[in-house]
Design a binder for this molecule. Sequence first.
Ligand code: ADP
Ligand code: MG
Length: 457
Amino acid sequence: MDESRSEGAAGQVTQIWDEVLGAIRARVGDRTFDTWFAPLELRAQDDGRLELSVPNRFFQEWFENNYLEEVRATVESVAGHRVEVQLGLADAEPTRVRRPEPEPSVEPTPAPKYRAPSGLHARYRFDSFIKGTSNELAASAAHAVAEDPGQRFNPLFIYGGVGLGKTHLLHGIGHALHARDPSSRIAYISAEHFMNEFVTAVRNNAFDAFRRRYRDDCDCLLVDDIQFIAGKDRTMDEFFHVFNALYESGKQIVITADRVPKDMEGMEARLTSRLNWGLVADVQAPDLETRMAILEQKAERDGLELDRNVARCIAELVDSNVRDLEGALVRVTAFADLRGVPVTESFVREALGSRSASPDAPVTVERIQKAVAGHFRVRISDLKGRRRHQAIARPRMIAMYLARELSGASFPEIGMRFGGRDHSTVISACRRISTICAGDEDMRSTVESLRERLAGH
Ligand code: ADP
Ligand code: MG
């Protein structure tokens, strides 16, 4: 009796998994699906838990950074309840399967004794950050701040495009401060989380705890992607008070953003001026030499042999930002591994070059925004902006959905390109559009025709 019951449960989960795969294939397209989802194997399941195996470590890392959230969200919406999704290596014992972290971006610390301050990514430390002319000022200022918090550059404001190392530096400061003085109280928070916590605190009458956390019991405040709170009046106001309280007591404040303070539309003038009080430092796209150094470091860290010419070849082909560069290395390695061939220059050219030559070539997020804005006669700035009117919110969600499907960009990156939204916002937009498409012929054909126009270009 017990047996038939467990068989029933297993069957149910397998069914869920098939349905999940179907939904994902429809969303990401055959090419992405075949590369990243077909190799997954459903290894085990029990109540509310799925265990998947992946072919290798590179695959696992890439998958965790780019698709795991999507799988979790889809499993949950198909199952209709919470299901834990775990990834493990195909040849590992099931007991070695890694449990998912509560916060997807936070990895276990490499050194067993080291405990990073909460929210800090163990890998984002100064010693793994490659300096080059593109980031020299920001990196030196970050070091200076960690040496001498609250003294020289306060606030330190680091800005630049997506994937150029702002978050890495910000976490690096946190680690270095912690190493220097483990008792110093470091608060790292994205501006979006700051807003969410603030709103929740107000709603739950828990404002005292919020205030203690960010004003009284805080020696260093690290805020990522501040552009997010532009236009959010009450949050800006609260942040203004937090800033003043910390600043006046000589506490260090470090802030990142995707642009300089004065270009942040909707940011209060009194806040903008404070953001300029200390040092404003930029990060730029790295030059070839820096890109090669980054690749070589990453290869070494992952225990991967990387020929210098191969590194040069990847660095030449991928010049946009460091995140893409790391992605390219992972992609090349995973492809080679799946096919069982060595990573050579010609293999790199094939693996990365074919990406832009194929009919499935990624369409840029910008082109998608332009096409969607044109179709619905809204402005591109509206797609990136904050207005929630349906005439704008719908096109915005459609654009995010198409960006996910056609551009190959990750959820966090799409969020950044839509005015600095959080990845969870993008995930829920994609889900909304899938759901609407499933039940609404008009929506389906609108999305279909946009997709054809973009992909068939
Ligand atoms: P941003 O916050 O500017 O969008 P991140 O800090 O998230 O960018 O960086 C994206 C990825 O690139 C991370 O994995 C980060 O470790 C890596 N990275 C960026 N710049 C460097 C660098 N100079 N040296 C080593 N890794 C880097
Ligand atoms: Mg960042």
